[in-house]
Design a protein around this ligand. Structure first.
Ligand code: ADP
Ligand code: MG
Length: 318
């Protein structure tokens, strides 16, 4: 069996696709050139087998998802992705697994022009941590703290799909084959909204990516911004597949409470509707107004014009 250093050399060492990587994998540290005048945006995510993905998930899907989850955080900050480091814990040096994993990893990185610049490889229960590094001009980052009373609340794409995809992956829901393919791809191959995040700089007042459920993640924005919001559940952009498979009530519950969608939730001032619609057309990505920020703290939900009690709690690890 190959040792750790051969594994790193064989699977994780490639010529850097970026000129700002002065020194990549193979030394004690990577040496990286941050563009003058930009801030470095850094975010770490860990995926544990059996917690963040089912144990039998295909290795290329695990890699692609780990990259997407990381890039999603940069997107939610309005940062341009540049580099990643990888902490990989493996139960054994399974070369077929590593080969498929590394292919999936570099394919996902290449799609966004990101270089793998270092990491750590250890033995233990399957888990991976990826740390993403990106750039954002000072003052332009999309924090959670800028939402203002009167702003509209928007969400990209169609939240809830990944939640039902997980039920399908776990054998808890049997879906029509065409719907199952789509919903599983939304779970296993989420699309990080990188171009949206960059384009929202200067338009959005606050942003977060939806990883733990829309209502919980919106709650983080409300707390950081010290405001409240009202959501119109009838406006939620539920996908046709989700509606057909889950029915409307369950679809709404999944959209509010299930994690893993990696859509962007953002706020923008009233009056920016035309600019957001233009952006949506340019990116070919639905951007839907689903509520409004108000000064009083708390989140209220409306359905058919009436207050709606939410059962959705959002995913909590502890
Ligand atoms: P050290 O003991 O000095 O930390 P390591 O043996 O952990 O060195 O790593 C050797 C080199 O390989 C370092 O440049 C490190 O960043 C890189 N590396 C280790 N594991 C990975 C990995 N899974 N992916 C990418 N680079 C890795
Ligand atoms: Mg090390």
């Amino acid at each position: 069996m190959a040792g750790e250093f051969e594994l790193i050399a064989r699977y994780f060492t490639r010529p850097s696709p970026r000129a700002d990587v002065v020194l990549g994998v193979g030394d004690d540290c990577a040496l990286l050139a941050v563009p003058p005048g930009q801030l470095l945006a850094v975010s770490l995510d860990t995926l544990v087998a059996g917690v963040h993905f089912p144990l039998d998930t295909a290795p290329a899907d695990i890699a692609a998802k780990a990259v997407a989850v990381n890039l999603s955080d940069l997107a939610a900050m309005g940062a341009e992705p540049a580099w990643m480091t990888l902490g990989l814990t493996l139960p054994e040096a399974d070369e077929a697994w590593l080969d498929a994993f590394a292919r999936g990893l570099f394919e996902a990185l290449d799609a966004h022009g990101v270089a793998l610049v270092g990491g750590d490889t250890t033995r233990g229960p399957l888990a991976l941590s990826l740390q993403a590094h990106g750039f954002v001009p000072p003052g332009l980052a999309l924090t959670r703290a800028g939402a203002q009373a009167g702003d509209l609340v928007y969400v990209s794409g169609s939240p809830g799909d990944a939640g039902l995809g997980l039920a399908i992956a776990l054998g808890r829901h049997a879906a029509a084959p065409a719907h199952a393919d789509y919903l599983l791809s939304r779970l296993n191959r989420p699309t990080p909204r990188v171009a949206l995040g960059l384009a929202l700089c200067g338009h959005a007042t606050a942003a977060i990516d939806v990883s733990d459920g829309l209502s919980q993640d919106l709650g983080h924005v409300l707390a950081a911004s010290q405001v409240g919001a009202e959501l119109d559940l009838d406006a939620l952009p539920l996908s046709q597949a989700l509606r057909a498979e889950a029915g409307e009530d369950e679809a709404i519950r999944l959209a509010l409470g299930a994690g893993d969608d990696y859509e962007l939730l953002f706020t923008a001032p009233a009056g920016s509707e035309a600019a957001i619609a233009e952006l949506s057309a340019r990116l070919q990505l639905p951007l839907t107004a689903i509520g409004r920020i108000h000064a009083e703290p708390g989140l209220s939900l409306l359905r058919h014009g009436r207050p709606h009690a939410a059962a959705a709690a959002g995913y909590r690890h502890f």
